[in-house]
Design a protein around this ligand. Sequence first.
Ligand SMILES: Cc1ncc(COP(=O)(O)O)c(C=O)c1O
Length: 389
Amino acid sequence: MKMFEKADRLRKLPPYLFKEIDRKKAEAIAQGVDIIDLGVGDPDLPTPPHIIEALKRAVEDPAHHRYPSYSGMNDFKEAVAQWYRKRFGVELDPHSEVVSLIGSKEGIAHFPLAFINPGDVALVPTPAYPVYHIATLFAGGESFFMPLLGENNFLPDLDMIPDEIAAKAKIMFINYPNNPTSAVADIEFFSRVVRFAMDREIVVCHDAAYTELAFDGYRPPSFLEIEGAKDVGLEFHSLSKTYNMTGWRIGFAVGNRQAIEGLGAIKSNIDSGVFQAVQMAGVESLRGDQSCVREMVEVYTKRRDLMVKGLNDAGFQVKPPKATFYLWVKVPEGYTSGQLASRVLEEAGLVVTPGNGFGEPGEGYFRIALTQTRERLAEAIRRLKRIAF
Ligand SMILES: Cc1ncc(COP(=O)(O)O)c(C=O)c1O
């Protein structure tokens, strides 16, 4: 029937490669298998109590029951600017260089609508968080994929981007600390990106969702620390992973004012901003006691160490990541990512994410999320050791 024929943008969606694993997982759960889900990047730890209290206070205030402003409350935007200064030494004008988001996914998904015309190109890493490519598609654009390979420390090789592609490109997406590879980028890489973007007049969208989830004293930099970065780009940030607030839906974008203005123009026509009580909780998260972040990092450090050792003992190859709560593990020889994921689900009740689901160069890897207790992770290792790969 014509009326329910899907629009081209939906028909062009890439195949959902986790379908098979999802089906097998649902089947196993229905059979009563004790599944350990290492697939989802959704923190199991609760939101810290002082943030919950701030929400409770704010929700009582009728001033917060009305439509919020689409770009965010001044209090929230000022808290973001203050946090950026303290954490990264980056100065931001809260009024023109900050916009609140209903989670960073919302901002990332809307951004191409502001700058991509049909036929324009976005430079998109692969493997990657799928939203960069899909948002480009929805805007009528085309993705030019930049492979993230182990031999390049999972950084894109900018020299491999053909001149004619760079000339057509409007946007480049990057994401460090990276999901799914857990790779990190240094100032030198970001500087190269700034020079590249300046020369080719490309807007850089840096997805910085995992900067606070870093180990052993490592402090991932902001892209905006680079001189000139604000002339070419913006950074997407999230409270989801830093404060265990994935369900609250709050994030922000900061950086180049024209980029922020473009995103704001799209948002003002689509959504009506973040519930103000949630923004007040966001203010508390950014301005309040940060010991909760240190405690969370300690929890993930212990989980990472347990899991990295356990996996290596079980015959896998994985290095301890410097950041993120993901492990990007090579599949044993003779397996594809999908075969490995199926086997560990069928024989050990473990859900892991096959790397090719994030893009073709992810083939040969699988991703583990450290979003389970140490007891469950230890149990996962015990089960893995029983399988002869
Ligand atoms: C790389 C990356 N960016 C952005 C997001 C979106 O986070 P949120 O919309 O909760 O801020 C995620 C969530 O998993 C992610 O992994």
